[in-house]
Structures are given as C-alpha cells and as structure tokens.
Design a protein around this ligand. Structure first.
Ligand SMILES: Nc1ncnc2c1ncn2[C@@H]1O[C@H](COP(=O)(O)OP(=O)(O)OP(=O)(O)O)[C@@H](O)[C@H]1O
Length: 314
C-alpha cells in the first residue's frame, strides 16, 4: 500500500507491535459509489490514531463501519481485548463463522459480524458524533448516568437484587454515580451537575460528550471531529482532556479531525484517506512531509508540484 513503502521501519512501529484494532481490506459501497476502497490500517493500544483526509474521503464511513452503524461490503475489523491476538487466532475466529473468540491475550471481536448494539456493549467501542448528541433537557449528571444504563439494566432486568434493592444492587448504582462524578470532576463541571446539558457552552458540551462515552468504560474511543466548531481556547481544553485520557486511562483513541493543530499535537499515528483509499500512514511528522498528502491537501496535480509548492513556501 502507498503509505507502507514510505515507512522502512514499519515492523517496529508501536501500533504494529501492540494493536488494539486491525482494519483489513475494508471496502464500503453505496450502490455504484465506492466510499471506502480496500483500506487497511492498524490502531495502536494506548495511542491516539487520527484518520484525516479531504471532504468526502471516506473517513466517516470508516468510522461507521468500525462502530457498527454500517456493515462493510467487504473487509475485516478485528478488535483485541487484553492484548493483541495472533494472525492465526484471528484467522481461526474468521473461519469459525463466529463474531468473537478467546485469544491467548484475552478475546478478539470481529466487529463487522457483531450486531450494532453489541459493538458498544460487548466489544466496548464508544463513539461521539460530528453533531453533538447530548440529551439537552436532562441534567449534566443524568447524561453521564444514562450512558451507564446498559450495564445497570443488563444485571437489573428481572434481577431479584434490583427488585429487592439489595446491597449488591445499591453498590452497583453507587458505582455508576461515582464514575459519573469522577468524569464530571475531570471536565471541571461538578458545580454544574444539576444544570441542563443544553445550557452549557459549546466547548463544554463537546467535552461532556467525551466524558459520557468514557463512562461506558470503552477499550476504544472513537471521536468524529471533536474539535469542530471550537475556538482556540476550547480546542486547547479538548487536547488536554484527550491527552489526560490517554495518559491516565491508557485509553486507545481513534479520531477523525479536520483541525490539523489538534491532529499534529495529540496523535501518535495518522492515517490519510483520499477518494476512499489510503494514501499515507505514519507519524504526524512523516505524514506532514509526505508529498502525496501535501498534494491532496493543496489540491495540486501531482507530487512534484506539491514539493515545489512546499519548497517555495519554506
Ligand atoms: N449513506 C450513504 N449513502 C450514499 N453515499 C454515502 C453515504 N455515506 C457516505 N456516502 C458517500 O461516501 C463518500 C464518503 O463520505 P464520508 O462521509 O465517509 O466522507 P468524509 O471523509 O467523512 O467527509 P467529510 O469530511 O465531509 O465528513 C461521499 O461521496 C459520500 O457522499
């Protein structure tokens, strides 16, 4: 693939050594339109992986496949719990026809085979959307509690402990409130816990959405343009939140982002799409200096012209 030839030390990349997600030959067609064309990449465990590219490049479609909103036309999306599975283990689950299986390190899930709601509850992939989707009439705290509804109802539905309000059930509920308060504190909104979420400034709503996703205890957090519409101060607060999530929670983050200052500052690994295909894949520095990426972003005809444009500006 195009990006791979530019990375001689590719085998030693952190994301290859310890992947959390392997996207293999993913394609998505809508009728005659090929939105994603044979895209492969890896997201590293505990890393921030950014997917970038011009409008219509296929970024959101890739996200929608990973998070279960679309079933890919072809391709495999292997997510690893505990640690990376071997290729033989992934091939074994693929051949079994099942959607998940145990691995030496833990478990592996083939996301393209899971029902969409199981991508969140079993595989523990959480996401936010391009447009904010908070429950604006509910309080800030309630938004964080609602996120934990699945884990509470799974054990609460027809559960005698819940019906009888036994101590084990009370502990579970307290755990949910504690987790919500932890994330409220993290985003600096404890004092506003009882205010409607819709009253918050835009940047705080974005961070509340991320906190809500983190309340589900995901192994992979997918963020669709988290910096969209933020001013520079809000954008800096977002960067700080994402970096602290990575640092303190060892969370793996996959994000689509147009704001290059965010991408370059917080990403470990950048995947570049154009017209549905991957054109580059590497560290932020490698991608920033890749003539194919420059050509794509500047809209120039070919790589030589892109190099000339960059040299002229240097
Ligand atoms: N549900 C759909 N039905 C038909 N075509 C679609 C659908 N979703 C996306 N597309 C098309 O697939 C292509 C890729 O779209 P996608 O939204 O994935 O790109 P993107 O890189 O996320 O763009 P943007 O940066 O503008 O959000 C576009 O041509 C788009 O019109």
């Amino acid at each position: 693939m195009a990006g791979e030839s530019a990375s001689p030390a590719r085998e030693s990349r952190a994301w290859d050594l310890n992947p959390i997600l392997k996207v293999d030959h993913l394609s998505m067609r809508f009728g005659g339109l090929v939105a994603v064309n044979d895209v492969s990449f890896v997201a590293g465990r505990g890393e921030v992986t950014a997917v970038i590219g011009p409008n219509g490049a296929g970024k959101t479609t890739v996200f929608n496949c990973i998070t279960g909103f679309y079933k890919p036309s072809t391709g495999r999306l292997a997510l690893f719990h505990g640690g990376p599975a071997t290729d033989a283990e992934v091939d074994g689950v693929t051949a079994s026809g099942l959607a998940w299986g145990k691995s030496e390190a833990g478990a592996l899930y083939l996301l393209e085979r899971l029902p969409d709601h199981k991508v969140a509850s079993w595989a523990r992939v959480a996401r936010t959307f391009q447009n904010i989707r908070l429950f604006s009439g509910m309080t800030i705290l309630e938004n964080l509690l609602v996120a934990q509804h699945m884990s509470l109802t799974t054990s609460g539905l027809l559960n005698p402990a819940a019906i009888l309000n036994l101590p084990s059930w009370q502990r579970k509920q307290k755990g949910a409130v504690d987790r919500a308060l932890y994330w409220l504190n993290k985003i600096g909104l404890v004092d506003r816990a009882d205010d409607p979420a819709g009253d918050l400034p835009y940047g705080d709503q974005r961070r509340l959405e991320i906190a809500r996703a983190m309340c589900t205890d995901p192994v992979l957090l997918c963020l669709d343009e988290p910096a969209a519409g933020l001013n520079p101060r809000e954008s800096a607060a977002l960067n700080e939140l994402l970096l602290s999530i990575r640092r303190e929670h060892q969370a793996s983050i996959l994000l689509i982002e147009h704001d290059m200052s965010v991408v370059m500052e917080i990403s470990d690994h950048v995947v570049v799409l154009e017209y549905g295909s991957k054109i580059a894949d590497g560290t932020p520095d490698e991608v920033r200096n890749d003539p194919r990426v420059i050509a794509s972003y500047l809209g120039v005809e070919d790589e030589e012209e892109a190099v000339a444009v960059v040299e002229a500006g240097a």
